[in-house]
Design a protein around this ligand. Structure first.
Ligand code: AMP
Length: 361
C-alpha cells in the first residue's frame, strides 16, 4: 500500500519510518526540496495548494493523509474525492480556525476558555468588557507554537495588541491560570476501533512545546479527557490520530486546541509505548487493527529547538534515543528530540534533568 502524505516535515518523516516495517510505501508532497521527510520517501516538490501536484500525489497512492495543519481545505477537497483522505477534511477545516475549534468544543460540551471573535478594535474592547482581563488575543488561522498571539494584562495593552495583530480575523480568549498542560492522543480506525494513550504532561517555553513526560497518571483527568476525545471522534466519524491539548485548572480540564494529526507531545510513544502514535495513525487509516497504547515505562521527551546537541554528547547518555530531523538550524525551529524511558517516575525525573541540560548546551 502506498501512503500519500501532504507535508514532508519531521512528522511525515516519522510516519514513514514507522510504516516501513509494515511494508507500507510513502509518497510525500512538500514545497521544500530538502524537507526532513523528503529524505525518507519519494517526494513530489510542490505547494500544498498546487492542483497539478496534488493530483499527481493522489494518482500515485492508495490513501492520503497530511503532516501539517495549514493544508488549504479548498485545494485538497478535489483529491479527497479521488482517494480516501484521513483525517477527514471536515476535521482539518475546523482545526485550522481557532474560532470554529472553540465553537465545536462548546457545542460538544467540552470546556474551553471563554472566547470572542475579534475583527476590529471595537470588537476587542467589547470582548475585554465581556470576558475581562488578563486575556490573550490570537490570530484565528495559521497561528502555532505561540506565534500570532498577544497577551493582554490590562486595558492599556489593548491598542498595542491590536497594532501587533489587527487586520486579520482574531479571537480573544480568557487567560487560564492553569496548574499544568496535558494532551490526550487517540486513534480511531476506519472500522471504528478506538485506542487511546495515557495523558502526557507538557511544558512549553515561549509558546513552543519544550518537554513532555508520560504517562501522566491521574485517573480522573484521564477519564474526562477520554470522554471529550470520544465526543470529537463521534462528531466527525473520525479516522486517524487526534490530539487534544488541555489546561488543568483546579482538577478540571479546559480544552485549548485540537490537532487532527500525530503530535509533538506524542513523540514519546515511539520508544515509550507498545505501538507508537505514528504506527497507530497508519494502522487507523489503512484499516488495520490498532496496536496497544500501553506505556512501556516512564518516558521523558525533550525537544531540540534552534540548536541540536552534539551527537557524541547526546549518545553518551545511557538509554537516550536521539532523533535528528536533519534540518537546517534556525531560531525557534524544531530540529530534533530525544526520549528516554525509565522504570520509575523518580528515575525518569533524574534523566529528564540531564536531558534538559543537554538541550540547553
Ligand atoms: P496555542 O498556540 O494556543 O497552543 O498556545 C501556545 C501556548 O500558550 C499554550 O500551550 C499555553 O502555554 C499558552 N496559552 C495559550 N492560550 C492560553 C490561554 N487562554 N490561557 C493560558 N495560557 C494560554
Amino acid at each position: 500500500m502506498n501512503i500519500g502524505i501532504i507535508g514532508a516535515g519531521q512528522l511525515g518523516r516519522m510516519l514513514a519510518l514507522a510504516g516501513y516495517p509494515l511494508g507500507l510505501r510513502f509518497t510525500l508532497l512538500d514545497p521544500a526540496a530538502d524537507a526532513s521527510g523528503a529524505r525518507v520517501g519519494k517526494c513530489i516538490q510542490g505547494a500544498y495548494d498546487d492542483p497539478v501536484k496534488l493530483r499527481e500525489l493522489a494518482a500515485a497512492v492508495d490513501v492520503i493523509t497530511f503532516d501539517v495543519e495549514n493544508v488549504p481545505v479548498a485545494a485538497v477537497a478535489p483529491i479527497a474525492e479521488l482517494k480516501p483522505f484521513y483525517p477527514q477534511i471536515t476535521a482539518l477545516g475546523v482545526s485550522q480556525d481557532r474560532l470554529s475549534e472553540k465553537t465545536l468544543f462548546r457545542e460538544l460540551r467540552i470546556p474551553t476558555p471563554e472566547f470572542h471573535a475579534v475583527d476590529s478594535l471595537d470588537d476587542l474592547q467589547r470582548a475585554i468588557a465581556t470576558i475581562g482581563l488578563p486575556g490573550v488575543l490570537k490570530t484565528r488561522r495559521l497561528g502555532y507554537d505561540g506565534r500570532g498571539q498577544y497577551r493582554l494584562r490590562n486595558a492599556a495593552d489593548c491598542d498595542a495588541a491590536w497594532q501587533a495583530l489587527g487586520g486579520v480575523p482574531l479571537i480573544y480568549e480568557a487567560w487560564v491560570p492553569f496548574s499544568r498542560e496535558v494532551s490526550l492522543i487517540g486513534a480511531r480506525s476506519i472500522h471504528g476501533e478506538v485506542a487511546i494513550y495515557p495523558l502526557a504532561a507538557n511544558s512549553h517555553e515561549h509558546g513552543i512545546l519544550h518537554h513532555t513526560i508520560a504517562p501522566y497518571r491521574n485517573s480522573d483527568l484521564q477519564q474526562q479527557a477520554e470522554t471529550y476525545l470520544k465526543r470529537v471522534f463521534k462528531h466527525f466519524g473520525y479516522v486517524g490520530i487526534l490530539t487534544i491539548e488541555f489546561f488543568v485548572l483546579r482538577g478540571k480540564l479546559i480544552a485549548n486546541e485540537m490537532a487532527p494529526r500525530v503530535h509533538n507531545s506524542g513523540h514519546w510513544t515511539i520508544e515509550g509505548a507498545c505501538t507508537s502514535q505514528f504506527e497507530n495513525h497508519l494502522r487507523a487509516i489503512c484499516g488495520l487493527p490498532l496496536g496497544s497504547t500501553a506505556p512501556l515505562g516512564h518516558a521523558a521527551m525533550v525537544n531540540f529547538i534552534g540548536t541540536i546537541p552534539a551527537r557524541d554528547a547526546a549518545l553518551k547518555l545511557t538509554g537516550l534515543h536521539l532523533h535528528d530531523y536533519d534540518k537546517q538550524p534556525r531560531p525557534a525551529r524544531k530540529l530534533g528530540h530525544a526520549t528516554a524511558v525509565l522504570p520509575s517516575p523518580a528515575a525518569r525525573d533524574q534523566t529528564l534533568k540531564k536531558m534538559l541540560k543537554l538541550a540547553r548546551q
